[in-house]
Design a protein around this ligand. Structure first.
Ligand SMILES: NC(=O)c1ccc[n+]([C@@H]2O[C@H](COP(=O)([O-])OP(=O)(O)OC[C@H]3O[C@@H](n4cnc5c(N)ncnc54)[C@H](OP(=O)(O)O)[C@@H]3O)[C@@H](O)[C@H]2O)c1
Length: 251
């Protein structure tokens, strides 16, 4: 017996890194999984990789019209869902002095606004007793230069996990958060982080020193934390946060 037999999961940003590893974990545990991403090419590739219980939907979490179209695209495959993993997000680091309104929106729109309205849009499809998992970050707890926007977008998600757990109590929908420390994914490139190659090298060097386990986590290690919240193993857990960071902020 698998832990997610007969469950249906939606994973936003399921085409790479943590979302992709979680899609594989959920399918291996018996679920049907719909992943979103921004291009037809990326979602089709992942759907094919996942096999007959994998589905891809093109949806930009930074676009309200895409979010509004998402329920219909999901319902074309399944009338109801049991698990929603809000994972799509970007990490851009900018000094406050350089932040323009466009740079502010570039982070806040997918990471918080998109997350918020995706949950709102999919609520009618979420079965009573279902599980919503929010992918935040240890940055929500830390003071790191140039990380103010990213950290604030993730702190907002942490707040959502508690407030929406309270609000959705009548439907027994549990909302929990995972806060990863540094994880080895394609996110850690100079282009995606908006920094130079030399800044990336320095960042990697200092990050590893800050992790008591002395390494980056793997996407599969975060996927297993998501599996805990997705499955009935966490049936008495709501409004909670699981920090998965090799001891970075707790030791
Ligand atoms: N890696 C880490 O160290 C780390 C640590 C803490 C938290 N996190 C969080 O974990 C989540 C996943 O990160 P990752 O490291 O796995 O990064 P990644 O490998 O860059 O993957 C990001 C995923 O999000 C999707 N995405 C980005 N913007 C999107 C948008 N506007 N609409 C739809 N999908 C979008 C990407 O899909 P397409 O490019 O195909 O559109 C991709 O599937 C993020 O929320 C990140 O903040 C990561």
């Amino acid at each position: 017996m698998n832990r997610l037999d007969n469950k249906v999961a939606v994973i936003t940003g399921g085409t790479s890194g943590i979302g992709l590893a979680t899609a594989h974990e959920f399918v291996a545990q018996g679920a049907s999984v719909l992943v979103t991403g921004r291009t037809q090419e990326s979602v089709a590739k992942v759907a094919a990789e996942l096999g007959e219980r994998g589905y891809g939907i093109v949806s930009d979490t930074g676009s309200l019209s895409d979010i509004r179209a998402l329920p219909q695209a999901v319902a074309a495959h399944f009338p109801q869902i049991d698990i929603l993993f809000i994972n799509a997000g970007i990490a851009k680091f900018t000094p406050i002095a350089d932040v323009t309104e466009a740079i502010f929106d570039e982070s806040m729109t997918p990471n918080f606004k998109g997350a918020y309205f995706t949950i709102q849009a999919l609520l009618p499809l979420l079965r009573d007793g279902s599980s919503i998992i929010l992918n935040t970050s240890v940055n929500a707890h830390m003071g790191v230069a140039n990380a103010s926007l990213y950290a604030a977008s993730k702190a907002a998600l942490l707040s959502l996990s508690r407030n929406l757990s309270a609000e959705l109590l009548p439907r027994r929908i549990r909302v929990n958060a995972i806060s990863p420390g540094p994880v080895a994914t394609p996110l850690h490139s100079a282009a995606k982080l908006g920094i130079s190659a030399e800044q990336l090298r320095q960042m990697d060097e200092s990050t590893v020193k800050q992790v008591p386990l002395g390494r980056y986590g793997t996407p599969e290690e975060i996927a297993r934390a998501a599996l805990f919240f997705a499955s009935d193993d966490s049936s008495f857990v709501l409004g909670a946060e699981l920090i998965v960071d090799g001891g970075m902020i707790t030791l």
